[in-house]
Design a protein around this ligand. Structure first.
Ligand code: HEC
Ligand code: HEC
Length: 152
């Protein structure tokens, strides 16, 4: 093979590799997620704005036993920041008698290594990671989910 041919082959391989790279990155646009805090860091105040949250109602039956219960009231304006947790104002053990709210469960004081703490575990601090307020919006994706048989 002559040196020129080798160079041409190398160039062709390079162009192919580049083509493959471009094809790979031109996939579907990644979905942009919008958190309740809209990207504002937890060190800053920002009461979440609830557009169409349902009014307060009785607790909602669970659909599977491990489910974090749904929030049966509006959370509009409730701050959960590094320094203050509005949810614990009513759901903390010392507050629940006065507020009439259900106490946070025992499991919320346990770390991931099963150590029992005397206050809410950091992994359970940001309540709305798991507990969500309700709205009558249409589901974004259709699904055929059925309540767990044991709870039907
Ligand atoms: C002003 C007091 C108050 C605040 C603040 C509050 N809650 Fe509640 N919450 C209640 C009360 C009262 C109930 C019980 C409603 C009932 O039994 O009718 C309740 C019920 C719930 C339930 C349902 C529990 C179950 O077993 O079904 C969840 C989950 C919940 N709240 C989560 C939260 C989260 C998360 C926050 C913070 C974003 C929060 N709450 C802030 C008063 C409060
Ligand atoms: C990592 C997910 C997660 C986070 C974060 C979390 N929870 Fe829960 N929560 C659950 C699950 C799952 C249950 C039901 C099983 C259990 O009791 O652990 C529950 C149960 C509850 C209950 C019902 C207790 C009962 O006796 O029926 C209340 C009230 C509650 N959580 C409030 C809160 C509050 C307030 C916060 C924030 C301080 C919070 N949770 C953070 C997952 C979470």
């Amino acid at each position: 093979m002559r040196v020129q041919t080798i160079l041409k082959l190398a160039l062709a391989a390079g162009v192919l590799a580049l083509g493959a790279h471009v094809a790979q990155s031109a996939g579907p646009e990644p979905i942009k997620l919008q958190g309740l805090r809209g990207g504002v860091p937890v060190t800053q105040d920002l009461p979440p704005t609830a557009s169409h949250q349902e009014r307060d109602h009785a607790p909602v039956p669970r659909d599977f036993v491990q489910q974090p219960p749904l929030i049966p009231h509006t959370t509009s304006g409730y701050q959960v920041t590094k320094n203050f947790n509005k949810c614990m104002d009513c759901h903390g053990w010392s507050k629940s008698a006065g507020s009439g709210a259900i106490k946070v469960s025992l499991t919320h004081f346990r770390t991931r290594d099963n150590t029992e703490l005397d206050n809410i575990s950091p992994r359970r601090y940001f309540c709305t990671q798991c507990h969500v307020p309700q709205t009558d919006a249409k589901p974004l994706v259709e699904n055929t989910f059925q309540r767990a048989r044991g709870l039907q």
